[in-house]
Design a protein around this ligand. Structure first.
Ligand code: PEP
Ligand code: MG
Length: 321
């Protein structure tokens, strides 16, 4: 099996009739990139940068962050490295930010909300990413976005960061892509508008399922309701992919759903460009995609979109593909 997977890692991710999708890796630190490449990852689709902020007493400074991002980008060997700006709050608290305890942390002060409110936290990260972008192909991705205004504010902060870096004579890249996680229902519904301000979308189903269905992603008592094939979720995903296609930007997925081979097939039929997952899941997804035709995937998708129940969809896909 090991030998089989080693060979598979060198083969392209294409359907039998030649439709291609990029399989990329979700990572927590720059040290994970090499292992991900061995599984056949074509770059990094989600670098969870908050791990750089955790397990310490102070905010990591610009230099510390720059070194970590630079290393991750270099190790991608010319493939894209998508760095998500810090996603703290919710289930990931940070004592040194002194955020008061909240009754609903998943609906509270977190991620992009902290970044836009505490510039001294966000600015070093933005600068570090722009500087690291000199060493390869990089993207900045914003978590928990709910509206266009947040994106506009980040664009202004990026301009300010560039002006300051230029004044300090520090080299930076002008080609760092800007995208968002589509992980709130508001963002998904607004993708036809958001697409005009961004270079890409990456669908974060872990949170998108939670917020769309009002089902806590870590509560075992309601886990029977947590299903990425729920038709409400599928419609938001399809809208997101359609919006990206209409506006000529790329769209991927970095939530757990991307590592479900049956889901991957219908996502391809919807027109997704990229799937990012924990690296050990890559061979299974690649195998599924290489075993089907785009016509089969399209037929399955057409049936799925007429179905009314998430559990029935899940069962149907197990036999249909
Ligand atoms: C997601 O929400 O789908 C996601 C990839 O982000 P995280 O799991 O880190 O919240
Ligand atoms: Mg998330």
């Amino acid at each position: 099996l090991k030998e089989h997977y080693a060979q598979l890692s060198k083969l392209p991710t294409v359907t039998k009739d030649g439709i291609e999708v990029d399989l990329m890796a979700n990572i927590s630190t720059h040290l994970d990139v090499e292992a991900a490449m061995k599984y056949g990852a074509k770059g990094v689709g989600l670098f969870r940068s908050e791990f750089l902020f955790m397990g310490r007493d102070t905010i990591p400074d610009e230099e510390t962050q720059f070194k970590a991002y630079k290393e991750a980008i270099e190790k991608c060997n010319g493939n894209l490295c998508v760095i998500r700006t810090m996603d703290i709050g919710g289930d990931k608290p940070l004592p040194y930010l002194n955020i008061p305890e909240e009754e609903n942390p998943f609906l509270g002060y977190r991620a992009i909300r902290i970044c836009l409110n505490r510039r001294e936290v966000f600015m070093p990260q933005v600068k570090a990413i722009l500087r690291a972008g000199v060493y390869g192909k990089a993207a900045m991705m914003l978590p928990m976005v709910i509206n266009v205004e947040e994106v506009k504010q980040v664009r202004e902060i990026i301009e300010q960061a560039k002006a300051e870096l230029a004044a300090q004579e520090k080299p930076f890249s002008d080609n760092v892509q800007l995208g968002i996680m589509v992980e709130t229902p508001a963002a998904a519904v607004m993708t036809p508008v958001l697409a005009k301000y961004l270079d890409f979308f990456s669908i974060g189903t872990n949170d998108l399922v939670q917020y769309t269905l009002a089902v806590d992603r870590v509560n075992a008592n309601v886990s029977y309701l947590y299903n990425h094939f729920n038709p409400a979720v599928l419609r938001l995903i399809k809208l997101t992919i359609d919006s990206a296609r209409k506006n000529n930007i790329w769209v991927g997925m970095c939530g757990e759903m991307a590592s479900d081979p049956n889901a991957a097939a219908i996502l391809m039929a919807m027109g997704i460009n990229e799937l990012s997952m924990s690296a050990p899941s890559i061979p299974r997804v690649k195998e599924k995609i290489r075993s089907i035709t785009s016509a089969q995937a399209k037929a399955a998708l057409d049936t799925v979109m007429t179905m009314e129940d998430g559990n029935a969809i899940k069962e149907y896909l197990q036999t249909a593909l």
